[in-house]
Design a protein around this ligand. Structure first.
Ligand code: KG4
Ligand code: ZN
Length: 345
C-alpha cells in the first residue's frame, strides 16, 4: 500500500511517500521532500501565520511532484492520502488539508487526517533502530512538551506536560533575548558548546515536585535578567549563559523522563520533536537510561523536526493497527487545538 503524507502545520511544508506491506514488517520511507520557511520568518523573530500559509500554498504542489518523481510512481498508484489535521496554525493546516482532500477526491482515493504529535511520536519507527511498544514518549517541540505512556498505536496516556512554555519555546525565547538567530534552539545549542553550563545558576521549576509536569516560563525571565547584566567579556559570558540555559532545560527534561520511566516501570523511552535534535539532551538521556537499564530511541536526525514522512508513517501504522478507517466523503476539517490523548483509537 502506498501512502502519501502532507505536513503543513507550522513553518515546514513536508511531503513523503511511505510503503506499507501486509504482515508484521514496519512501513518504509520511499521518498520525501521538505521546504523550511525558517529564513522567511527570521526577519520577524518568529513564525508569521499569514506568511506561513501563503508559502505552503506556493510549495506544496511542487513538493508533491518532487516526491512522485523520486519514486517513479504515478499519482493513480497511491492508495491513501494523509495530511496533518492539527494541532497547528489554522491557515497553514488548511493548505495541507485542502490539497490532500483535492488530490484524494480527484483520484477517488481515501483520506486520513493525522495528529501532528502522533506523527512525531511514531517517527522513530522509521529509524534504523525502531522501538517496540509499550514505551514512554518525551515529546519536545516548539509548541509542546509532554510525557506520554504509549501502549500501542492510538493508545496515548498523558503523564505530564508543561503548564506554560514549551521546551522549544524556552530555547527560542532565550536565544532571542540573547540576540541569537531564529529558530533559536540550534543557535543557542551551538553557542552553548563553547560555554560553561555551571556558570549561571538558573531556575529548574517543578524539578522536585512528584508530578511529571514542566514549567519553563520562569527561565526566560532569569535569562533576561542575566542578559542585561552581561559584562565586558561579553562573548564568553554569552556562551556561558547559553550553556547554562541549555543545561537548565535539559536537566528538567532528563529528570522528569527518568521519573516517568520509574513511575510506569517501562524500560523504553522515545524522544520526538524538534528539541530531540539537541545533542546535550541526547547525551544525558543516554547516560541516565543506561544507568536505569532502559533504552532510548530517536527519529533519524532529519526527521526530528517537522516533515511529511512522520505523517505518512502515522497513517500507515494506524491503518495496519486497524485503528483508522480512511474517509472517502472528502469533507475535511482542521483542529488547530487538539489534545493527543483525544485521538481516536
Ligand atoms: O517539532 P518542531 O520542528 O516544530 C514544532 O512542532 O514545534 O520543533 C521546533 C523546535 C524549535 O523550538 C527549535 O528551536 C527546536 O525545536 N530545536 C532545537 C534544536 N533543533 C530544533 N532545540 C534545541 N536544540 C536543537 N538542536
Ligand atoms: Zn512538530
Amino acid at each position: 500500500m502506498w501512502i502519501l503524507g502532507i505536513e503543513s502545520s507550522c513553518d515546514e511544508t513536508g511531503v513523503a511517500l511511505v510503503r506499507a506491506d501486509r504482515g508484521s514488517a514496519l512501513p518504509v520511507l520511499v521518498a520525501q521532500a521538505l521546504h523550511t520557511q525558517a529564513a522567511m520568518h527570521e526577519a520577524y523573530g518568529g513564525v508569521v501565520p499569514e506568511l506561513a500559509s501563503r508559502d505552503h500554498i506556493r510549495r506544496v504542489l511542487p513538493l508533491i511532484q518532487q516526491v512522485m518523481a523520486q519514486s517513479s510512481l504515478s499519482l493513480s498508484q497511491l492508495d491513501v492520502i494523509a495530511y496533518t489535521r492539527g494541532p497547528g496554525l489554522a491557515g497553514a493546516l488548511l493548505v495541507g488539508a485542502g490539497t490532500a482532500c483535492a488530490l484524494a477526491a480527484s483520484l477517488g482515493k481515501p483520506l486520513i487526517g493525522i495528529h501532528h504529535l502522533e506523527g512525531h511520536l511514531l517517527s522513530p519507527f522509521l529509524s534504523a533502530d525502531p522501538p517496540s511498544f509499550p514505551f514512554v514518549a518525551l515529546l519536545v517541540s516548539g509548541g509542546h512538551t509532554q510525557l506520554m505512556q504509549v501502549d500501542a498505536v492510538g493508545s496515548y496516556v498523558l503523564l505530564g506536560e508543561t503548564i506554560d512554555d514549551a521546551a522549544g519555546e524556552a530555547f527560542d525565547k532565550s536565544a532571542k533575548l540573547m540576540g541569537l538567530g531564529y529558530p533559536g534552539g540550534p543557535a543557542l545549542s551551538a553557542l552553548a558548546a563553547q560555554g560553561n553550563p555551571l556558570a549561571f545558576a538558573l531556575p529548574r521549576p517543578l524539578l522536585n515536585q512528584p508530578n511529571l509536569d514542566f514549567s519553563f516560563a520562569g527561565l526566560k525571565t532569569a535569562v533576561l535578567t542575566q542578559t542585561l547584566k552581561l559584562g565586558a567579556d561579553l562573548e564568553q559570558r554569552k556562551a556561558d549563559l547559553a550553556a547554562s540555559t541549555q543545561a537548565a532545560i535539559v536537566d528538567v527534561l532528563v529528570k522528569k523522563s527518568v521519573k516517568a520511566l520509574k513511575q510506569t516501570g517501562l524500560k523504553t523511552l522515545v524522544v520526538a520533536g524538534g528539541v530531540g535534535a539537541n545533542r546535550a539532551l541526547r547525551e544525558q538521556l543516554q547516560a541516565h537510561c543506561r544507568k536505569l537499564g532502559a533504552r532510548v530511541h530517536y527519529p533519524e536526525p532529519e526527521l526530528c523536526t517537522d516533515n511529511g514522512a512522520m505523517i505518512a508513517m502515522a497513517a500507515a501504522m494506524r491503518l495496519s493497527a486497524g485503528v483508522e478507517t480512511p474517509q472517502a466523503d472528502y469533507a475535511f476539517d482542521v483542529l488547530p487545538r487538539w489534545p493527543l490523548a483525544q485521538t481516536p483509537a
